[in-house]
Ligand binder design. Structure first.
Ligand SMILES: *Cc1c(COP(=O)(O)O)cnc(C)c1O
Length: 366
């Protein structure tokens, strides 16, 4: 039996530190924001190569507040990818803006910069690339297009804690970077959590107000804000786990290299990160035909897999009113049919990786 993810295995490696950190929060009674969250924000900003990190209650809230801080308003258009979790699209709609999709690059599975300028209109205000599976989008060409048209860049780095593009950390390259600390992410809380990182003092100030009811100071609501604050316990857990993030990402990269070796002669397309990208393998997805049959055959052998994601956002019923349909983004649609995510977490063993690869190979022959 190989599970897709094993959060308990990780917990057991850090249990004493986690329990001590949670106890400190309970003793301090700083249950919402407070010192544990502030300490985590300071260290996460440094880790992300940003001046500021603003901790919030989810990655979705991070995206929503980043869009608001960037001044995105109803009627504005935001260019993004259909190959993502629905939260990316939902956040754009939450601020009243219109998501405009662009097809993906079939190798990186991220927003294809070559297709962006064709959809820029006078209403376009922002580009929102997603660093899918832990691989950064092509941020230099995206930044050049944004500069040419006066657009804001907001990174969805929810799957890319610690990833780098030409040595620059994910989240630090755009005007604002958004992270999720959902438990299964590379850096996961023990509940919900998220953060926005930014180099801008102004954006940071706005974000701190927006997450806490628009408070400028006590009893003074300068902005129409939200209750998007991070819990003290989540800040404490994340503070402990951040110390291990680089080692855990290195372990993921070693596991990916082992998958690459063992699958070299197997009829699947493996991830192809360009040399200038430091991939952190939130997901190790292969591509293959007959994906559903292979997934079932592997399940029968006790190997759990997953799909990120089986439908691009433009084909989800909830977003059909955006006006897109089948055939609009062929690369995204083909990838969605072929993606299969193999088990990936730092504590995975070589024996488990071997079992996954044998099951995949025999499923393909069956
Ligand atoms: C997880 C995720 C989100 C949403 O984060 P939550 O913390 O679950 O709200 C947004 N975008 C992407 C790409 C994600 O993977």
């Amino acid at each position: 039996m190989v599970p897709f993810l094993d959060l308990k295995a990780q917990y057991h490696t850090i249990k004493d530190d986690i329990l001590a950190a949670i106890e400190r929060v309970l003793e301090s009674s700083q249950f919402v924001l407070g010192e544990a969250v502030e300490d985590f924000e300071r260290r996460f900003a440094i880790h992300s190569g940003a001046r500021h990190a603003i901790a919030v209650n989810s990655g979705t809230s991070a995206l929503q507040l980043a869009l608001l801080a960037a001044g995105i308003k109803p009627g504005d258009e935001v260019i993004t990818t259909p190959t993502t979790f629905v939260a990316t699209t939902a956040a754009i709609l939450y601020v009243g803006a219109k998501p405009v999709f662009v097809d993906i690059d079939p190798k990186s599975h991220c927003l294809d910069p070559a297709r962006i300028e064709a959809v820029v209109t006078p209403r376009t205000r922002a580009i929102l690339p997603v660093h899918l599976h832990g691989l950064t989008a092509e941020m230099d060409p995206i930044g050049e297009i944004a500069a040419r048209h006066g657009l804001v860049v907001i990174e969805d780095a929810a799957q890319a804690h610690g990833a780098r593009y030409r040595q620059r950390p994910a989240g630090s390259m755009g005007d604002l970077g958004c992270f999720s600390f959902y438990p299964g992410k590379n850096l996961g809380a023990y509940g919900e959590g998220g953060a926005v990182v930014t180099q801008s003092d102004d954006h940071a100030r706005t974000l701190r107000m927006l997450r806490d009811w628009g408070l400028e100071r006590k009893h003074r609501h300068a902005l129409k804000g939200f209750n998007f604050r991070m819990d003290g316990i989540q800040g404490a857990v994340l503070g402990v786990k951040l110390r291990h993030l680089d080692a855990w990402n290195d372990a993921r990269r070693r596991h990916a290299a082992r998958y690459d070796t063992l699958l070299a002669s197997v009829r699947v397309a493996r991830p192809q990160p360009p040399a200038h990208c430091h991939h952190v393998y939130h997901v190790y997805a292969v591509r293959l035909g007959e994906r559903d049959r292979v997934q079932q055959a592997m399940q029968a052998e006790g190997i759990a897999t997953n799909i990120h994601y089986p439908f691009p956002v433009h084909l989800q019923p909830a977003y059909s009113d955006l006006g897109y349909g089948p055939g609009d983004f062929p690369e995204a649609e083909t990838a969605a049919r072929e993606f299969l995510s193999l088990p990936m977490y730092a504590e995975l063993t070589d024996d488990q990786i071997g079992a996954v690869c044998r099951a995949l190979e025999s499923a393909l022959c069956g």
